[in-house]
Design a protein around this ligand. Structure first.
Ligand SMILES: [Zn+2]
Length: 210
């Protein structure tokens, strides 16, 4: 009995299998990447929630399985303002995966109490030449100085991410001149996205500010 040919003759079938496997995950990744997650106003979030009946779940690919869920508020509750709204992929409809997606206001920093406008006031203070403690005090966040130093440290640690995102949009217009690399990054951030750079960054790039 002739043996099956081995070697190069077998590889196309294998490649085909990989492609078949990769296609749905790439498609889901594409959907996940394209789904808008940051919005400027509650009205825009509502609009997105209302169009969910036609949406494809970025996690499982189910079509039209989303159900509105709850709202996420700033610490202290509803009177302190909205952070975002959630919907979940309904399992009871027999096709969903049960996972939630959140539509955020672009002023919300995920996982932090600090808001984008407060962080931006701090950044503007630093850019104006204030010391960290003074810039934090003037940002009027109501949070301790310790949080201020932690916020500064996070900016220092994440500046390469910010720089990469900015560079993808084009090289910075000015070079050097600031006292530290962090200040150069923050200046470029402000030049690219304006006075509300942190929330505009989230809205424009559709990703969480680092
Ligand atoms: Zn799902």
């Amino acid at each position: 009995m002739p043996r099956k040919p081995r070697g190069p003759g077998q590889s196309p079938a294998k490649e085909q299998k990989i492609q078949i496997f990769l296609f749905p995950s790439l498609l889901l990744h594409h959907i996940l990447g394209r789904m808008k997650r940051y919005f400027d106003t509650e009205e825009e979030i509502e609009e997105a929630l209302n169009s969910l009946s036609e949406a494809v779940c970025p996690h499982c690919g189910a079509n039209g399985a989303f159900v509105r869920h709850d709202s996420i508020w700033n610490s202290g509750g509803a009177q302190n303002g909205l952070r975002g709204k959630r919907a979940y992929c309904d399992k009871r409809r027999g096709r969903g995966c049960g996972r939630t997606i959140t539509f955020w206001l672009s002023d919300t920093l995920r996982g932090r109490c600090l808001r984008a406008t407060e962080l931006m006031r701090f950044i503007l203070g630093l850019l104006a030449g204030s010391s960290a403690w003074k810039a934090w005090r003037n940002a009027k966040t109501g949070m301790t100085l310790r949080t201020g130093y932690r916020t500064l440290k996070r900016l220092v640690n994440c500046q390469s991410i910010i720089r990469t995102d900015l560079f993808e949009r084009g090289p910075p217009t000015r070079q050097g001149k600031e006292k530290t690399p962090l200040l150069e990054t923050l200046r470029d951030l402000k030049e690219a996205f304006g006075i509300n750079a942190v929330s505009v960054y989230q809205k424009t790039l559709q990703k969480t500010f680092p």
